[in-house]
Write a protein that binds this ligand. Structure first.
Ligand code: AVJ
Length: 328
């Protein structure tokens, strides 16, 4: 594989590998160093994230699962109160084990909808397109592989039905609050009056519970972070030694920011594509991921600040997680 190092003329589309290369070089030559957590999810990363969701310490999946299994009827009612014929667009569906309960309930309620799962991972979409029709034969679905906004626009071009957008799993936590607001405004700009958005937020809670969720004893979250270095080695011909980096998560209860770093254990050089050298000081961190936590009040503020009308939040019995329904 050859990688283009110079920027192409404006308007010329970049290959995904070129974009990956440029993002990695930008992040690793910045001060402080960072990598974009959206790149965690290659085939190995998808598997590791599945394992994280099985970890005893990782509570968000169970909390949101409880909301989906126990309150699917109420969620379906909240949607039906707005529209009975719509496009259901899910951003980052994962294996859809949570949303399948809502899909089932929506079918059961007799609503007329097509399900459009959107994911950047071809893996995720092809797996869903095989698995979902077997589980829900009555489901009309069309998987879309690509960037969220491009694909949301694509759905808007394909049909003029009202849209119900799902952005669950606390994926919004991977943005800083400022970027999250920007993201919501951008989503809002793709939506029409009456359209709905349901967003999953991991809520503020005891700091130890949060930190442990990103510091599991089995070391899966550590492997998940280190896997991005392995991916960079493979796809961008780099020479990271993953033994020379250590996973270090922190949670700040003041800001609600849970951040993961990989700390360089020694002073070292890492090479990319044989032409870029990245120097690490001993104990220098790479910022890998933010998982922002919110209070319920902050989710309401977020809706109001980004052009939405907050309707209801569905929370689990522990009050640890919220799926919030907003209307344009
Ligand atoms: C998929 C963004 C919800 O931040 O909790 C889990 C990803 N990272 N453990 C999260 C993740 C480390 C996860 N989200």
């Amino acid at each position: 594989t050859t990688v283009i190092h110079t920027l192409p003329a404006p308007g010329v589309a970049l290959e995904p590998l070129e974009v990956f290369y440029q993002d990695v070089v930008r992040g690793l030559t910045a001060t402080p160093k960072y990598l974009d957590s959206k790149y965690f999810y290659d085939a190995a990363g998808d598997k590791l994230f599945q394992q994280i969701m099985q970890c005893r310490e990782y509570y968000p999946t169970d909390c949101e699962m409880e909301i989906m299994t126990e309150q699917a009827a109420q969620i379906a009612q909240a949607i039906a109160a707005q529209t009975t014929s719509f496009d259901l667009v899910e951003l980052g569906p994962g294996d859809a084990t949570k949303s399948i309960h809502l899909l089932e309930q929506l079918l059961h309620t007799g609503l007329d909808f097509t399900y459009y799962p959107i994911d950047i991972s071809t893996n995720v979409i092809s797996t869903l397109e095989k698995a979902l029709p077997e589980k829900l034969p009555a489901l009309q679905m069309q998987g879309l592989n690509g960037e969220y906004f491009e694909m949301v626009q694509r759905v808007a071009e394909m049909s003029n039905r009202p849209k119900v957008l799902l952005f669950m799993g606390a994926n919004i936590g991977n943005f800083t609050p400022i970027m999250a607001r920007k993201f919501c405004r951008q989503l809002r700009s793709c939506m029409q009056p009456g359209d709905l958005l349901m967003v999953g937020f991991d809520l503020k809670k005891h700091p130890k519970i949060i930190l442990n969720a990103y510091n599991d004893e089995a070391g899966i979250t550590s492997a998940f972070n280190l896997n991005l270095l392995t991916r960079i080695n493979r796809e961008l011909q780099a020479d990271f030694n993953t033994d020379m980096f250590e996973h270090y998560p922190v949670y700040d209860p003041m800001t609600g920011a849970c951040k993961s770093y990989l700390v360089s254990l020694e002073e070292q050089d890492v090479h990319l594509c044989n032409d870029v050298t990245i120097h690490f000081q001993q104990h220098e961190p790479i910022h890998m991921e933010i998982s922002q936590k919110y209070s319920l009040e902050e989710t309401t503020q977020m809706a109001l600040q980004t052009g939405f009308q907050p309707l209801t939040c569905f929370t689990d019995t522990k009050g640890w997680f919220a799926d919030c329904m907003w209307k344009v």
